[in-house]
Design a binder for this molecule. Sequence first.
Ligand SMILES: [Zn+2]
Length: 236
Amino acid sequence: MGTEQSLRNDVAAANRIIERFGLSNAFGHVSARIPGTNTFIIPTRRSPGLADADNLLVLDTDGKILSGEGTPNSEFWIHARTYAARPDVGGVVHAHPPASICLTQIGEPHRVVHNSGGPFIDGVPEYDRIGLIRSRELGDLLAGRLGAGIAVMMRGHGFTTAHADVRSATVAACYLEESAALQIRMLAAAGGDAGRIRTYTRAEAEVVHGQINENVVSRAWEYYSTAAAELPLGCK
Ligand SMILES: [Zn+2]
C-alpha cells in the first residue's frame, strides 16, 4: 500500500474524482483505512472536490478524531461503522450520484445491463430509510445492509461503496453510477418497461463481473485521477 503519505494523496485524489465525475458536488466523501489498524483517513467538512492531502483527519471506528485540524463531514459514521463491521475493507466511498438516486426512487434495483455493472452481479442492497447517517446507530444499520457486499444504495440519498482499498472503492463507485445512468437511459428508451431491457443473464454477468481487479483498477485509477487533476471544480 505504500507510505501513509501516498495513502493521503490517494484519499485526496479519490475525493476530487467523485466530485469531478459528477458523483457528488458540495457533499460526499472518500476515506481509506490505515492498513492494519481500526483508524482511517478522511477529509475535513467541505466538498470532496476541495479535498487537500495536507489537511486530512484520522478517526477511529468509534468516531474519535485522533489527529488533524478541523471537523469531519457529518456522515463520518458511514466510514467508521463500515470499517468496524468489515475488517476486509480498506476504502469507503459515500456519494450522492444522480442516476443511482433515480433508481432508488422508482423502486428499480440495480441490474447488470452493461459491462461496467458486472462487479455488482450479486445485487446492490438498498438502505431505504431516508436522511443522513449522522449517528453510530445509523452507521451500524447501513453497514448491516451493506453486509458482505461492495455497495449499498441509499434511497433518495446516494450510495456507499466498500472495497479492499481506496482506489478499488473509487473505481467501483464510478462503475456503479455509470451503470445506473445507462440503466436509467435504457428504461427511458424502453418507455419505462424494465422487461424490455436485455438484462444480462447470470452466466453473461459472470463473464464481466471480475472487472475490479488489479489491472483494471490500475488503468481506471490512472485515468480518473489524471482527468480529475486536469478538470475544473464543478465541471459536471
Ligand atoms: Zn450523504
